[in-house]
Design a protein around this ligand. Structure first.
Ligand code: NI
Length: 225
């Protein structure tokens, strides 16, 4: 049996160099997409507009979010499908966060209360980026301290990585300034308003006032009622 390559398969065929070209083009495209992503986050005035109040107006059809499967503060499985028809007000953070997370969650809770009778149309959700420490039990007391309706979600590191990726959330463990082998988690801190169809409606910058957040949520509720 002759195993040497036939004339149709020379070791450096035009086909294989074409493959190499395609691979190089794919890498180049990947770099361009990464750069575009960085530009989107660093200069949100591109496809979106930031108002003075901290509301980021998103272009219709901006792809963000998507199906998730996580575990709530009572240990039950929660999927995005369970929120179909409802708005979701989502924040990613971790319970050991010293300042930014508690501030944002309090803003969400206040904004929700300002909606009055419309509040039940919005599900306030806290998703941890620290699933190792933020067990359902740990989340339970934490979210309840902000709002009785606040839902705390955790999951396996893989489940959290998947939902963070879908929402374009960056998070990374860093040594705690207090030392002792403790760590904190650097993370993106936007608040996301997702519509009843699961699509992104508004983004809120951290530090936004509760009044400005409530006003934008009310605008969005009005547009979809
Ligand atoms: Ni935080």
């Amino acid at each position: 049996m002759n195993n040497s390559p036939g004339p149709l398969k020379p070791s450096s065929s035009p086909a294989s160099s074409r493959l190499r070209l395609v691979a190089m083009a794919a890498v180049a495209l990947g770099i361009v997409l990464l750069a575009a992503g960085a530009v989107f986050w660093l200069r949100p005035q591109g496809p979106t507009q930031v108002t003075n109040s901290g509301v980021i107006q998103v272009a219709k059809g901006t792809a963000m979010g998507g199906p998730f499967e996580l575990v709530d503060q009572n240990g039950g499985t929660v999927t995005q499908a369970q929120f179909a028809g409802q708005f979701m007000l989502i924040y990613f953070g971790f319970t050991h966060c010293p300042d930014v997370c508690p501030t944002e969650l309090q803003t969400m809770a206040n904004a929700l209360d300002m909606l009055g009778p419309d509040a039940p149309r919005v599900a306030p959700i806290f998703i941890t980026v620290d699933p190792e420490r933020d067990t359902p039990d740990q989340l339970k007391g934490y979210v309840a301290a902000f709002h009785p309706r606040m839902i705390g979600l955790t999951g396996s590191p893989e489940q959290i990585a998947a939902v963070a990726k879908a929402y374009k959330v960056y998070y990374s463990k860093a040594p705690s300034p207090s030392g002792g082998g403790d760590y904190q988690v650097d993370h993106t801190s936007f608040v996301y308003l997702m519509g009843p169809d699961g699509g992104l409606r508004s983004l809120f910058r951290s530090g936004i006032s509760d009044k400005a957040m409530a006003m934008e949520i009310r605008n969005q509720l009005r547009q979809s009622s």
